[in-house]
Design a protein around this ligand. Sequence first.
Ligand code: APR
Length: 237
Amino acid sequence: MAKKRLVVLTGAGISAESGFSTFRDNNGYWDKYDPEDVASIRGWERDRQYVLDFYNGVREQLRDASPNRGHMLIASLEKDYDVDVITQNVDNLHERAGSTRVLHLHGEVTKVRPEKGAYDRDFSVSEVFDIGYERVDVGDLAPNGTQLRPHIVWFGEAVPNIEKAMDIVMKADIFLIVGTSLSVYPAAGLYRYVRDGVPIYVIDPKDVNLRDKRVVHIREKAGVGMEKFIKILENSR
Ligand code: APR
């Protein structure tokens, strides 16, 4: 019998137990940095090195970080379910935990691309380079001679993978949301593409911006929450 399709939408909260700040919790990234300065085109054009240093810091932390129990348990579900992970995170912890189908909505911090290139006009053009955990500084140029920039979706920029994400969500038999406040669109609207009758689970220690009678809220952190979620799945098989 075909495996049920489990779609998991994750945000910064899934990486919190790996030592990463979230964005909107106390002492989160947006308490320490103005998103306008480090996650917008205007910020980039105002001070490229400041932006590059922000992501150099995230990349350096990612090199020494590890996937946590939440990431591992999501990956482990691939043995019994057809799992797609749709993440707003730019880290590679889902992949390092063993998840094999991960769709990044807001880019990947281990990748860079020319600040002016064909990709800006046609997202299918692959002029994206994987630099792992290395630094990028002003003066590091792409083959086309323009400055290398993080392959991250900044506020106000298009989200190239959103249509693919919608298609995936429309096929879900089970929809799970872990560690996102659902504050940023279009990611926050993806739950609307879940078919009628498909259960929606949320794992988050706090309330999230989702009013939907189908939602089962597991009020836990990701690691414990995933254990409880897996028990619910086992009891409903
Ligand atoms: N386990 C699970 N959830 C947690 C944990 C944890 N250990 N710690 C915090 N959370 C929850 C918070 O309660 C909150 O609901 O994770 C969520 C984090 O929300 P945000 O900080 O808003 O992060 P996110 O939803 O991923 O932000 C979306 O905003 O700034 C942009 O591009 C950035 O991708 C990001 C997007």
